[in-house]
Write a protein that binds this ligand. Structure first.
Ligand code: ZN
Length: 300
């Protein structure tokens, strides 16, 4: 067993069914809509599975609207439209992180999760900037302020940029750096999908950790052998797109391969991606097995 401190974590979302009728009821009676029970369910499962760095489960909204609903310049329709300058107007996910902080023991670490500026820009209809880079950097500036506010309550901030797997703009490092530069907690960049073609750029990103889906795409190990990581690695070790629950033994084998490729750079293990699409019971079992496998390889 390796005695290094390697933590178990999540990517972000967790499958908690939000009761629309309950929320509508609260809306019509003018009550403050309470997300507490949903966050409590998600975090409760993560804690029970033994996960050491937990998120709020991203139960509140899909991961684009979660941000655009609370930013100036954005009009939320079926797709968000950008109709003016993108502006930070106060905490977006900060209240949820505070709820988590009150819910967990001081020894539990919390992961703040931001949808990345490029993915936000690509998911919106831009009626204002008419310039992808300007629009992306405006999102990045708003996210910088969110990250700074969030960093008082979380132990790590993850930037989720799935769109980088489709298209990596030449200003990607600049956009990520706007958010991470000067931030007082460690940062992680999560890019899922097939990233084997862009590993040479990813290893130079201005973040502390890289998170990718190594379980669904084991060929990424070979891609990283060609472009050695200079960052800490968060190893995706259970699939998020497949309801089959991997055995502890299978995950242990996967983690030992990661250990051969990355050695001491492995600092975190997690599911491949957010678990929103899985049945809750399956998501929970995957986290349990992930934790047990981590303990076999790295200790508790
Ligand atoms: Zn992902």
């Amino acid at each position: 067993m390796t005695s290094r401190c390697v933590t178990s974590s999540v990517v972000g979302s967790y499958p908690i069914a939000v009761s629309t009728s309950e929320l509508m009821g609260q809306y019509f009676t003018g009550e403050e809509v309470s997300w507490y029970p949903y966050i409590a369910d998600a975090v409760g499962d993560m804690i029970e599975a033994g996960i050491e760095v937990v998120s709020d489960g991203q139960t509140r909204d899909p991961f684009i609207q979660l941000f655009t609903r609370r930013l100036g310049g954005c009009r939320v329709r079926a797709r968000t439209e950008i109709v003016g300058p993108i502006e930070f107007r106060g905490g977006i996910t900060v209240a949820d992180a505070q709820v988590v902080r009150r819910m967990v023991l001081p020894s539990t670490q919390i992961l703040g999760v931001l949808t990345g500026p490029f993915t936000l820009m690509k998911s919106c209809v831009d009626l204002f900037y008419h310039d992808e880079r300007a629009c992306c950097l405006a999102f990045a500036e708003a996210l910088r302020q969110e990250a700074a506010a969030l960093s008082w309550f979380v132990d790590e901030v993850s930037i989720d940029e799935p769109w980088f797997a489709n298209e990596l703009p030449e200003y990607a490092e600049e956009a990520v750096g706007v958010i991470t530069q000067g931030l007082k907690c460690p940062t992680r960049l999560h890019v899922c999908g097939d990233i084997s073609r862009i590993v040479d750029r990813l290893v130079g990103m201005p973040v502390d950790l890289l998170s990718h889906e190594f379980k669904a795409s084991p060929k990424l190990f070979a891609a990283f052998s060609e472009h050695p990581a200079t960052k800490g690695m968060c190893i995706g070790a259970v699939r998020s797109d497949d309801a089959r629950v991997e055995s502890v033994e299978e995950i242990v084998t996967h983690l030992r391969i990661a250990e051969e490729v990355f050695g001491e750079r492995v600092v975190q293990v997690a599911p491949d991606c957010g678990q929103r699409m899985l049945p809750r019971e399956i998501a929970f079992q995957k986290l349990q097995h992930l934790q047990q496998a981590k303990e076999v390889v790295y200790g508790g």
